[in-house]
Ligand binder design. Structure first.
Ligand code: MEV
Length: 315
């Protein structure tokens, strides 16, 4: 019996979700919370299975369970079809906009690849992409990139991920809207809107691309006030694409009123998570400011946590 482990980050999309599906750039970052997986060889011929969140799922390309098809796709991507047990765990809410499925796919892909194909470069990434395609249909690849590399980066479908230097660490309050959403459904919703109103959606995508380019400059320059305004503008465009909800709008407004420099949904929208950019003020350092945002969310019935993205240049 052989055994191998894999781990991966969760992610936040800072700006650019959905537009990135159509080739526009997006800014994202890996976060500390993520997923882990352990792969153990089984006797040849034994059915491969995935243990996840208390469920045992057999690899089955014909199953109606996305997880069974995704696991089968992850295994089929390799050089051989191994008999393997994968035990995975995620610290991220499923359907929460923080890249839970990608993190599980990357962690499981890493564990399986290092068990069976350790010498093949890119093997774990290919397995993770095969997994993710089952859940998202037409993923841009930004979630699996964040899960794999962490850090803060600019991403396009064409060129992949390019790390960007973060002049001042970004302190983000991440809040849970209370309901999950399906990325596939939300991406399909934008595609339907685009079929009905192509000019409107294409202008929104171009607008988001411009915001992302400015946001990359703001991150590199440490311009947190500017970045916060760009969060708010991106949120307005996402709401125009019918991706926001009452709870998300409520959380954004609550965070801004509690001192956030900007706030927006992150990920697919339609539920999931909100990010609020935390800034220090004369009376409160960043930790105290973040605590105020979390307290305001709590008072409004929403939970959240704080994460830091990027380390100062030269450190
Ligand atoms: C989901 O985290 C991000 C989306 O842009 C979909 C994708 O890029 O694959 C909504």
């Amino acid at each position: 019996m052989s055994r191998a482990h894999g781990a991966a980050h969760g992610k936040v999309i800072l700006l650019g979700e959905h537009a990135v599906v159509y080739g526009a750039p997006a800014l994202a970052a890996g976060i500390e919370r993520g997923a882990t997986a352990t792969a153990t060889t089984l006797a040849p011929g034994e059915a491969s299975r995935l243990v996840l969140g208390g469920d045992t799922i057999l690899a089955d390309p014909a199953s109606t369970d996305d997880r069974a098809r995704a696991f089968a796709a992850l295994l089929a991507e390799g050089r051989e079809a191994p008999s393997v047990l994968v035990e995975a765990a995620s610290e991220l809410p499923a359907g929460g906009g923080l890249g839970s499925s990608a993190a599980i796919g990357v962690a499981a892909g890493r564990a399986v690849a290092s068990l069976f194909d350790p010498e093949i470069e890119g093997e774990s990434a290919a397995r993770a992409v095969a997994w993710e395609r089952i859940f998202h249909g037409n993923p841009s690849g930004i979630d699996t990139a964040a899960a794999a590399i962490g850090g803060c980066f600019r991403f396009t479908r064409e060129h992949g991920a390019h790390p960007i230097p973060v002049a001042r660490p970004l302190v983000l309050a991440i809040g849970w809207s209370g309901s999950s959403s399906s990325t596939r459904t939300m991406v399909e919703g934008v595609a339907r809107l685009r079929a009905r109103k192509p000019a409107m959606v294409d202008k929104s995508i171009a607008g988001i691309a411009a915001l992302v380019d400015n946001a990359a400059l703001a991150v590199e320059a440490g311009d947190l006030l500017g970045l916060g305004r760009l969060f708010d503008l991106n949120q307005m465009i996402l709401a125009g694409l019918l991706l926001s909800t009452e709870a998300i709008e409520d959380m954004c407004a609550t965070a801004r009123a509690a001192g956030a420099l900007g706030a927006k949904l992150t990920g697919a929208g339609g539920g999931g998570s909100v990010i609020a950019l935390v800034g220090a003020s004369q009376s409160a350092d960043e930790d105290a400011s973040a605590a105020m945002i979390l307290a305001a969310w709590r008072a409004a019935g929403f939970s959240g946590f704080v994460t830091r993205v990027g380390i100062p240049q030269g450190v």
